[in-house]
Design a protein around this ligand. Structure first.
Ligand code: HEM
Length: 343
């Protein structure tokens, strides 16, 4: 407990345990000339580095000061595919917008964007103040706000997995550091400490799902709502056994279960790092801010195509916004975010 350093090899919103409140902010950088746009981006990233480091450091804005000096705050900054293409930035191979998926009901005003900033903190006060400072810095470099989205997690014991608004533990099967090096972080080279964020705002019919008998909820997920254990196991972190069958020949984890369709076995072992948040914006508009990090957004596309076809959760879900971002490597002490782009 105490302030979380901004500087490091990787951006802090990815390396520290999930803080309970988040705000995502997207901005557009109006197009002028390629040279001027590159300069604007460089100015903006330098300004955000200063703002975010100061907000997490010993002498933040007076509104952020705490007994520990600075509030617990983490952040990450990413670049959208259109901006990367326009400025011919050296982003990872395969970094591109997602295709359309069956069932998508995407609102363009709530998704996309040239720049994406995720702030995470212990409370919404901190987020509101830092969002204001970051927005002012973005304005200074000519960027304009596009959308913003707040989210939250339930109070959860340290090390325990938070639940989503269906009531299930969400984030259990995340990769460890060895697997993440292969599937989440870039290959050795300039993208080694970079990754790609896939963001989906997914509305959930929590009322209809809660009305299902618990047995049906468990079959839809392939895990038990109480302890998060797979239907083939007894503890949360037991590996789901996708081959186990009942005496009548039916799979214990049904063919439409979310955990079967998303499992790495169907995808050559590919893994993504999920750090989602819940949202509650209006009556009937609550759900999951799906935030997943991976080396290649194709990993998401393959899984989402399978889900769109037959996920048992589908009757309760609607994807309402989408964004992808190249998440920059962290800025070491003395450096600015994105310095490698100009080398
Ligand atoms: C696993 C919920 C959407 C990918 C899980 C689990 C839950 C869950 C409860 C099991 C516990 C865990 O390992 O975290 C949800 C809900 C969704 C949603 C409520 C929609 C609102 C998605 C989407 C994707 C996805 C859109 C990707 C396209 C995964 C993956 C796993 C997973 C990769 C881990 C599978 C494994 O390795 O066993 N999800 N999920 N989920 N979900 Fe989702």
């Amino acid at each position: 407990e105490g302030p979380i350093p901004f500087h490091g090899a990787r951006q802090a919103a990815l390396t520290s345990p999930q803080l309970p409140a988040t705000k995502l902010l997207a901005f557009d950088l109006p197009a002028t000339s390629a040279a001027a746009d590159r300069e604007a981006l460089r100015t903006l990233l330098a300004a955000w580095t200063r703002t975010l480091a100061a907000s997490a450091g010993p002498a933040p804005d007076p509104r952020l000061r705490t007994e520990d000096g600075a509030p617990r705050l983490t952040s990450l900054v990413g670049l959208g595919p259109a901006l990367a293409a326009r400025l011919a930035l050296a982003v990872p191979a395969g970094f591109a917008d997602l295709p359309a998926f069956p069932g998508d009901r995407l609102d363009p005003a709530r998704g996309g964007g040239d720049l994406l900033l995720q702030l995470c903190a212990a409370d919404h006060w901190t987020l509101a103040v830092v969002a204001e400072l970051a927005t002012t810095a973005a304005h200074g470099a000519g960027a304009t706000p596009r959308w913003a989205q707040s989210g939250f997690l339930p109070r959860t014991a340290p090390g325990a997995t938070p639940r989503n608004l269906f009531g299930f533990k969400d984030g259990t099967a995340n990769p460890d550091e060895d697997l993440a090096r292969q599937w989440v972080w870039g290959p050795a080279g300039p993208h080694e400490n970079a990754t790609v964020l896939v963001y989906r705002r997914i509305r959930m019919d929590t009322v209809a799902f809660a009305a299902l008998p618990e047995e049906q909820q468990n079959l839809a997920m392939g895990r038990r709502i109480g302890d998060g254990a797979p239907l083939t196991g007894t503890a949360e972190h037991d590996e789901p056994d996708l081959y186990a069958k009942h005496p009548d020949g039916a799979y214990v984890i049904p063919t439409t279960a979310h955990v079967r369709l998303t499992g790495p076995r169907l995808d050559g072992g590919a893994r993504m790092l999920r750090r989602g948040y819940s949202y509650d914006d209006a009556p009937g508009d609550r759900g999951l801010l799906f935030c997943a990090f991976m080396r290649d957004p194709g990993q998401f596309t393959r899984v989402q195509n399978r889900l769109a076809e037959r996920d048992a959760l589908n009757p309760f879900l609607e994807h309402t916004a989408s964004a992808v971002a190249y998440v920059l490597p962290g800025a070491p002490e003395g450096a600015a975010l994105g310095d490698h782009l100009w080398a």
